[in-house]
Design a protein around this ligand. Sequence first.
Ligand SMILES: Cc1ncc(COP(=O)(O)O)c(C=O)c1O
Length: 350
Amino acid sequence: MSKQVTIQPNFEISGLLKVKHRDTKLDNFQLYKSGRYALFFGLKKIIEINPSLKDIYIPTFVCPQVLMPIDKLNLNKNFYQIDQNLCLDKKYLEKSVNSNSIIIVINYFGFPSEWEYFEELKLKTKCTLISDNCHSLLTKYNGKSLSEYGDLSFNSFRKMLPVLSGSQLFYNNEEYSINNRVSIRTPSLSELLYMFRSFKPGFIKTRLGDTKLVGHYRPDGNNKYFFDPDSTNTIDSLSDKLFFNSLNNYQKIRDKRQQNYKSWLDYLPESDFIFLNELKADNDTTPYVFPCIARSKEIMDKWLVWGRKRNISIINWSNKRDDLNNHLRLMLLFPVIPDKNIKLTLLNAK
Ligand SMILES: Cc1ncc(COP(=O)(O)O)c(C=O)c1O
């Protein structure tokens, strides 16, 4: 087993032995290589059906992978504010959104967004909602999977399940359904490298595999390495076999992730961090990470070094936008992967 405590789970080859057949005729989703591809094809479908939908609203707290498909489709980007409690600027949305607007709603870090508000806004304005569920694949809200919210919803398997690739695009609005299941493909070299990252000796510091170049996105550059919708963009054959089984195992995954979440909450000092008090992991929540805000840049850097020394991946999930809330620049994510016991790791990590 890998010594590194990573944010995303390691590929589980043994899972292939337990694979059960799935009747793909029952699928109410389309499978893609990853979240950004699902978003691209979902948006493409929306604007094919309704070409007047050109204005898209995106939270300021967003990663480049969400912007790639939007830029490729030349949509007009508008940004709505997110504050340090992950609350959104409702006044701005209320005065700007209309029936020609598409809104991206991100369910951050395994927690539901303010869905009552968005559903009411949709009723009032007839806007189109897309639920970005890349962090929250296994979380339910009011008894429903978060995949069932929004006109379209998409996720990212690799963040939560021990697979190499894959994303479901759910069409909760029949109008947008896509029915062209593309054949699966063999895993790519970068995915295979990623699969073996857990066996990488500690002295090799470079990251292996697909995520390597993601930080260098420039809308006007050639971004083919990490986003090329003309390439084969479906799920790889191993992950296609594995994901369904892993989804069925979700209660075990949820319990372990909740336990690990709590261990970080108990361990990290309030003098160094602002905790997101609104984010309570209840029975329906499967956290992607333990998120918290460092009280200064120096404190953030101190903890990044602390993690590196102890083989614990901690990441600063942020962006360089001028309009990003200053606290959110210092957002740190701590790993809660289910195959590790964070309490034990912390007891051994002096
Ligand atoms: C909130 C969010 N949305 C979308 C994506 C894109 O997902 P993927 O990396 O599977 O393309 C990511 C991560 O990269 C993400 O963090």
